[in-house]
Each structure stands twice: as structure tokens, then as C-alpha cells.
Design a protein around this ligand. Structure first.
Ligand SMILES: [Fe+2]
Length: 384
């Protein structure tokens, strides 16, 4: 006889969990949102970061340490995006004249030596936008971004669009436009995290809940573990092309809700702050890139909640298929390895990415992101 199906009462899930702990976990795990990199003032050991101790050196870039002010920001305003990639010379003479380009894989990613991004002319920046849209993600080595005055680095990025101010992340003092990814050298949250989860993979494109999510996006290393902490990227245009024409046709015209509410709830649940009231926006499931004309899947389990007009089971079924398709697509993904003085630039409109938490506690990881916003996502007619 088959054993009876017994539902475990919530209070018995673990004798060690208090109701408050259960509530916090559920806030963090609800609706597909998954937070592998919990950061906040409580997990940032400023004493060790600033001064070091017998085990850890002080932070290399203390001017980039994260702070969480609780100054409330107004809602983002719509703006007319200028797509600089449209003005670019497609042979990239201003960007790549003295560069060495190494492809990372057969269909996504490149590594470039011999270019100083902070010195690019406007023509060079136009070409950067187009080059990154074509390659999807590019690791530029030997960059001086980390040691520039922060306002100078922001000036380079803001050529591409106004900076997105993240609603919940820490920022350098005085620079709310800089998004920081930071884990203190003395942090134990990697160990804590794997008590609850089997992996740290969180495929997403950045802040897709905004009406005008980012386009050309910059992330640079300040301090990192000796090995590990790589970043995965997926080519979402290739992910779209892998689907059959009949399936592509069915996706055409569909729209999905993207929500920032779960990210905000998770930030509050861990005692952090939310600078701007969370928003949801509706975007096409397939978006067209304004320069290359490529179509790309534009859904992710972190922020996409449901397909408009579908019943819940139908929406879950289709989104689940697309998430698996993206996660399994190692043949349209690249793994970017960080090195000192690396700036990684990706086009957030045609890529998804995931951080990888694979290094032991006891190593600092510290990166800064500059996040120019782009156009409101749109889809061009289906051409088969
Ligand atoms: Fe991200």
C-alpha cells in the first residue's frame, strides 16, 4: 500500500525555525525571486574593510565601500533614449584600431586588450555601443576605471544614457548612481546561503521591472577572490533564434509583467532599505534591438511574473519552459573571468547573466556597476 501523503504543518518544517525566520525566508523565496547575494549594512564589516585585521587586508578601494542612506528617491521619469550605436562605423576604427580581440565562444562574448575605455572619443563610444550589442558581452582588460575619480567613470557611462539609481543596493558615499556588488572579507553569508539552497544561479537581466531598463552596462572589478566569482552570460538573441519559427510566431505579441516588489520585500526582510517605491512594468516577451534589429527573449525568473492574458497555469508553463531553455543553453552562454583592471561591458537588452557564488568565505569580492538606462523595450513585426 502506498504511504499516505502527509502534509507537514508549517511550524514543524524545522524545529529550529522561528516564525520570524520562516517569514523572512518566504519573503526571499516567493514568486521565483532568489537572492544569493544578500548585502546590507549589517553584513558589511566596515571595521575590517577599512582597517584590515590579522586575517584580511583592508579594501583596495575604500572610496567604493557601500553605504545605505535611507533618503527616499522620487519615481523614475520617462525620457527619450538616444541610441548611440546607430551612429557607429561598423568597422570600429575608433574603438579597435590598436586592439586585440579574442572571441570567448562561437556565439557570445569577446575579450579585448589595447583599448582604454576612459579615453574613447564620442565616435569610439558610439562604436563601443554597437560592438557590445553585436558581441553581447565584452571583457576589456587593462582598464583604469577603478582608479579614476568616481565622477569621471560616471561621465563615461552617462554618454550612453542617464544612470539608473538602484532602489536597494549600497552605493559609495555621495554617489547613489553607482551600484555596488560587495561582500566583506569577513562575511559568512556564503556558508549561510548554502544551508538553504543547492546553487547560487540567478539568471536575470538587470532591473527589468523599470519602464526603461538599462542598455550598455559597465561592471568593473575593484577587489576579488584569487579564483572564482566569475559571471555567466547568456545570448538572449541566440536563445530566441534556437526556437522554431512556429514557436517564435506564438511568442510574438505576448507581453509579460516584470516586478520589483519581491526584490524590495527581500531587502526590507533582511533589514536593508528601499530608496524608491517598487514598480511593475509590462514589456514584450520578445524585444528588438534598436541597432542590430535582432530579436531577443526578454524574460527572467528574477523579475518576470506572468504573461498578460494567460491563465496562471498557462503562464507558468510557458515561462518555465523559457527559463529552462535559457538555463540549459550552455551552447549560447559564456563565462567571464574577472582579473584586476577589468571592465566588463554588456548589452542588458540582449543578454541575461548570473553571478556565481563558488568561493569560500574569507575573500572579499567588490565590484561597481554603472547602469545607463535605455529605451522602453519594443518588438518589431513578426517576419517569420
Ligand atoms: Fe545583475
Amino acid at each position: 500500500m502506498a504511504p499516505a501523503l502527509i502534509e507537514t504543518p508549517i511550524a514543524d518544517r524545522s524545529v529550529d525555525e522561528t516564525a520570524e525566520e520562516i517569514r523572512k525566508k518566504d519573503a526571499n523565496q516567493g514568486a521565483g525571486y532568489k537572492e544569493a547575494f544578500q548585502q546590507g549594512a549589517k553584513t558589511t564589516n566596515y571595521e575590517v574593510e577599512l582597517k584590515g585585521n590579522e586575517k584580511h587586508k583592508p579594501a583596495k578601494y575604500p572610496n567604493y565601500l557601500p553605504y545605505w542612506d535611507d533618503f527616499k528617491h522620487a519615481p523614475l521619469e520617462p525620457f527619450e533614449a538616444i541610441e548611440h550605436g546607430k551612429d557607429a562605423d561598423p568597422t570600429f576604427p575608433n574603438l579597435l584600431a590598436n586592439a586585440t580581440v579574442k572571441e570567448l565562444t562561437g556565439n557570445i562574448g569577446a575579450e579585448v586588450q589595447g583599448v582604454q575605455l576612459s579615453q574613447l572619443t564620442n565616435a569610439g563610444k558610439d562604436e563601443l555601443a554597437r560592438f557590445v550589442a553585436e558581441k553581447k558581452v565584452v571583457a576589456f582588460r587593462g582598464q583604469d576605471f577603478a582608479s579614476l575619480p568616481i565622477e569621471k567613470a560616471l561621465e563615461v557611462a552617462e554618454y550612453f544614457g542617464p544612470s539608473h539609481v538602484h532602489p536597494a543596493s549600497g552605493a559609495p558615499k555621495g554617489f547613489p548612481k553607482v551600484h555596488l556588488v560587495h561582500r566583506s572579507a569577513s562575511d559568512t553569508t556564503a556558508h549561510d546561503y548554502f544551508q538553504e539552497r543547492t546553487n547560487s544561479i540567478t539568471w536575470h537581466s538587470d532591473v527589468t521591472y523599470e519602464m526603461q531598463p538599462p542598455g550598455t552596462t559597465f561592471l568593473y572589478l575593484l577587489d576579488g577572490p584569487v579564483a572564482g566569482g566569475d559571471t555567466l552570460f547568456a545570448n538572449m538573441a541566440e536563445a530566441y533564434r534556437r526556437l522554431s519559427p512556429e514557436f517564435q510566431k506564438r511568442l510574438h505579441g505576448l507581453k509579460a509583467v516584470h516586478s520589483g516588489h519581491e526584490q524590495a520585500a527581500a531587502a526590507l526582510a533582511r533589514g536593508s532599505i528601499v530608496r524608491r517605491d517598487p514598480v511593475s512594468n509590462v514589456h514584450p516577451l520578445v524585444r528588438t534591438h534598436p541597432v542590430t534589429g535582432e530579436k531577443a527573449l526578454f524574460v527572467n525568473p528574477q523579475f518576470t511574473r506572468r504573461i498578460v492574458g494567460f491563465k496562471k497555469e498557462e503562464s507558468d508553463f510557458l515561462l518555465d519552459f523559457l527559463y529552462k531553455h535559457i538555463a540549459l543553453g550552455a551552447d549560447f552562454q559564456a563565462r567571464v573571468k574577472w582579473e584586476e583592471n577589468t571592465v566588463v561591458v554588456w548589452d542588458n537588452r540582449v543578454t541575461a547573466h548570473s553571478a556565481i557564488l563558488d568561493w569560500q568565505d574569507g575573500h572579499r569580492r567588490h565590484l561597481a556597476r554603472l547602469t545607463p538606462q535605455a529605451e522602453r523595450p519594443f518588438e518589431t513585426p513578426f517576419e517569420g
